[in-house]
Design a protein around this ligand. Sequence first.
Ligand SMILES: [Zn+2]
Ligand SMILES: [Zn+2]
Length: 195
Amino acid sequence: MPLLSLPEYEVLAAEAHGHLCAGQILGLRLAMHGVQLLGIEDPKGADRKRLITYVEIDRCATDAIAVVTGCRLGKRALKFVDFGKVAATFCDLRTPRAVRVVALESARDRARQLYPEIAEKNHQQMRAYREMPDDELFSREWVRVEIPPQDLPGFKGARVVCEECGEAISFGREVVREGQTLCRACAGERYYRPL
Ligand SMILES: [Zn+2]
Ligand SMILES: [Zn+2]
């Protein structure tokens, strides 16, 4: 499926996300811009194995980025780095090139300037973000991303078992400490507290 038009993506994004909002439109535009800069024409079809996307926020825009790129967490093609920024880096594994696209803070002010008569901010931004040129919405930089082999889709590696909790660990996420193989939780990175 080659790239769709923005209105076509809006329908898919509303389905995937449960509603349509300014963040969705911004995310769609951001991802369309990213894949176009890379020259990837069919991210969900013929080019689906070329693209890895690092997304820097877990908000509305994130779901929209997945709609355009086809990159998903469960396919190991979507990587979440929790920087709290409306930004994403699109990596073309074939060329290999990568471009980081960032939503400009000034885009909100620009939306206000363009449509002062629309009082509701979400609607004001939705309208503006559909129409503003890429340069008013985003900055971009070409970057290099070193993607370790164990982070790539299709990586085959031995599963190991944590010597502390007995749970299985894939993709080389174990920690070896003083000769002991541990999962990251047992190694001290546990984000939950057993009751
Ligand atoms: Zn939303
Ligand atoms: Zn463990």
